[in-house]
Design a protein around this ligand. Structure first.
Ligand code: ADP
Ligand code: MG
Ligand code: MG
Length: 257
């Protein structure tokens, strides 16, 4: 079992030169593989900041607290090292990469996480790729195209889930994977994430809307407001939020954020 712990995390961003603003104000979160957690919360509350900080985006400055993977602080590790340790952030590779096909990229990403003397064979790679393309209802042609070049929004999302299925991280941070998806694409993306469920996989699903959580049912739901997690519960909490809105919870908790 792997564990990802966020402890009293405070994060600042630089808005203009010499002008910083604290976005995360003491976030605490512990997740284990085998679990799917969801974070919901109003726009601008710091959800993406949390995922970017966990992944190591240098625009986000940790001023207090820690992030531990299996008890080891990852704060000093660059993004690629965090990835090799088993973290995955959807939208990690949104850029188009000229001259590298999607399949080449995937094989390199898998191999960068494996020891030199245990690289995946072409045969094993293609077998796994075929299986996952079928699961995601994607054509083989997608893998021969240059990474993200000319991909539609929906194709990019599917491709991110293909990356997830191929790379098999311990923890996946999925930030708004549902935004801009039609219902068919949403079902395919959800099927992909659900197929990863198991003792060796955990996911933190960030979403603005409850809809996605009808397809990927979380074990734990956290609500973030004003840069903190203000309430945690089970899947019912997401349904309650959908009907009562964030304002209802604000009143219930007596928050002024
Ligand atoms: P959420 O994902 O919950 O909508 P974000 O984490 O994206 O919230 O943003 C939280 C706040 O931090 C917002 O006010 C946003 O404008 C600001 N912010 C986030 N990232 C940056 C950045 N790289 N540069 C400047 N401001 C940022
Ligand atoms: Mg936002
Ligand atoms: Mg966001």
């Amino acid at each position: 079992m792997a564990t990802l712990e966020v402890k009293d995390l405070h994060v600042e961003i630089e808005e203009e030169k010499d002008q910083t603003r604290e976005i995360l104000k003491g976030v605490n979160l512990t997740m284990n593989t085998g679990e799917i957690h969801a974070i919901m919360g109003p726009n601008g509350t710091g959800k993406s900041t949390l995922s970017q900080t966990i992944m190591g985006n240098s625009a986000y400055h940790v001023t207090q607290g820690d992030i531990l993977l299996n008890g080891e602080s990852i704060l000093d590790m660059p993004v690629d090292e965090r990835a090799r340790k088993g973290l995955f952030l959807a939208m990690q590779y949104p850029a188009e990469i000229q001259g590298v096909t999607n399949a080449e990229f995937l094989r390199a990403a898998i191999n960068s996480r494996r020891p030199e003397d245990d690289q995946i064979s072409v045969m094993a790679f293609l077998k796994e790729l075929d299986k996952n393309l079928e699961l995601l209802d994607m054509s083989e042609e997608m893998t021969e195209r240059y990474l993200n070049e000319g991909f539609s929004g929906g194709e990019k999302k599917r491709n991110e889930i293909l990356q997830l299925l191929m790379i098999k991280p311990s923890f996946a941070l999925l930030d708004e994977i549902d935004s801009g998806l039609d219902i068919d694409a949403l079902q395919v993306v959800s099927k992909g994430v659900n197929s990863m469920r198991g003792d060796n996989f955990g996911s933190l699903i960030i979403t603005h809307y409850q809809r996605l959580l009808n397809y990927i049912v979380p074990d734990v739901v956290h609500v973030m407001m004003g840069g903190k997690i203000v309430k945690s519960g089970d899947a019912e909490l997401a349904k309650k939020l959908e009907s009562e809105g964030y304002a209802g919870l604000r009143d219930e908790l007596g928050l002024d954020v």
